[in-house]
Design a protein around this ligand. Structure first.
Ligand SMILES: [Zn+2]
Length: 434
């Protein structure tokens, strides 16, 4: 039996999403103490549900009646992608039929796909209402055109495309494109459709800029751009904003929880406290950076209530009113995926940002990928903006990168014509092949 698809959305779902949207927009302005009380109430409810209904959590032997405060979350073990890969049924609420759930698939660092199941109510909330509330928070979407470039193939898009009247409830128009298409084919779509709001991966936007540049076409103005899923470097952000005369807002999310935090006009990543509960835990191997690993608990997914899930990212939590007026908790110093860190032979880890900042400072590098082939070998594959050769780039960058890597890693440079996306459509700046 197939899992639920969005094509089966009903009128009642639309009204649920509309109600959720009103709630989300209102709650963004709640005072801090009300936010804390709300989160705690939801957290207690889902912890009690997990220990009384879900096999993995039932086996912990925690009595539902003993769960009284948010602090009880510390009694739960940290869960990783690997735990889910080993036993995804153990995290499901058996009372719900699997074929009636929505599913999201992701590819983990071990290349084994992880499946996360969502009950219908949570799906409407986290996939639709949260997304809409984030758009509305930064831009009035009424009578605006939205263009979404996603990792879905064109065939999938046909299957899941919401009907026009459904999207028109919130937005004047919506179009979808696939990231796997030739970017040149998207240029006429962009010029004709003239989106006000564009949603795409950073690497796609950089390819688009390159395509416009090669064809000597003027860049269209796109007032609002949302990015997600990939490492957004400072240089990429500036380039995208300048070329399209846009304001760029990055969204932080994951397959397991959908949107976790989003940037407001002030650039702060506000946490969707209505959907997730976040904790950080100091990580010994990351002490040099003062970083903590980020643990996420769902407050809404009763079908698969992941608690204290180690998302594999380094970040810190912040509290206090934002200049935008929202008092909600926020994420800061998001240092990216643990998998993106370069591990040196002596155990020290180097942040990918240190490397990307150095490489991007070179004016001749148009696009690049850092490929770690072994514990002591790194190759920088790059596409050059001009006729600079490998030797020239190596002369300019080798010394600086060696310094960052404590001289422990042998670095080579390789000029290439193309850098491919991964199967998921994402572009990995750091690729590990060992
Ligand atoms: Zn803000």
């Amino acid at each position: 039996m197939p899992n639920l698809t969005d094509a089966k959305m009903r009128w009642t779902d639309i009204s649920t999403i509309a109600r959720d949207l009103v709630f989300l927009l209102r709650s963004q302005g709640w005072p801090e103490d009300k936010i804390i009380r709300y989160r705690e109430k939801r957290l207690i409810r889902i912890m009690k549900h997990a220990v009384s209904q879900v096999p993995f959590y039932k086996s912990l032997g925690i009595s539902p009646n003993s769960i009284r405060t948010a602090q009880d979350l510390k009694r739960f073990p940290v869960v990783t992608k690997r735990d889910i890969q080993k036993n995804d049924d153990g995290f499901l609420w058996p009372q719900l039929k699997k074929e009636g759930l929505h599913v999201s698939r992701s590819s983990g660092t071990s290349c084994e796909p992880t499946q996360t199941y969502f009950d219908h109510r949570c799906w409407l909330f986290s996939k639709y209402a949260l997304k809409m509330s984030r758009i509305v928070a930064v831009e009035n979407p009424l009578f605006k055109r939205l263009l979404i470039v996603s990792e879905q193939t064109n065939t999938n898009l046909e299957e899941t495309k919401p009907s026009r009247w459904k999207s028109a409830l919130i937005l004047f128009g919506q179009r979808h494109l696939s990231i796997f298409d030739n970017v040149d084919d998207h240029i006429p779509v962009l010029l004709n459709y003239k989106p006000h709001i564009l949603y795409a991966f950073p690497s796609y936007l950089l390819s688009l800029i390159q395509a416009f540049e090669e064809k000597h076409l003027p860049y269209p103005k796109i007032p609002v751009i949302f990015t997600s899923s990939e490492l957004l470097t400072g240089k990429a952000r500036t380039q995208i904003e300048n070329c399209f005369q846009a304001r760029l807002y990055d969204v932080y999310g994951s397959t397991e929880f959908k949107e976790v935090a989003w940037q407001c006009r002030q650039g702060r990543y506000h946490i969707n406290f209505q959907n997730v509960y976040l904790e950080t835990e100091p990580n010994e191997s990351m002490e040099a950076f003062g970083d903590s690993r980020l643990l996420i608990s769902s407050l809404t997914n009763y079908a698969m209530p992941l608690l204290r899930f180690d998302i594999g990212d380094r970040a810190e939590l912040g509290q206090g009113r934002c200049p935008c007026g929202r008092p909600s908790p926020y994420l800061r110093n998001i240092h990216g995926r643990e998998a993106d860190f370069i591990q040196l032979p002596d155990g020290k880890r180097v942040s990918p940002y240190l490397l990307t900042m150095t490489i991007e400072a070179h004016p001749s590098i148009q696009k690049y990928q850092i490929v770690q082939k072994s514990a002591t070998e790194l190759t920088i594959e790059f596409i050059a903006r001009n006729d600079v050769d490998t030797h020239g780039i190596s002369e300019a960058l080798s010394g600086k990168l060696q310094k960052l890597l404590d001289g422990h890693i042998h670095i080579t440079f390789n000029k290439v014509d193309q850098i491919h996306r991964s199967e998921s459509g994402k572009f990995q700046i750091i690729k590990k092949t060992f």
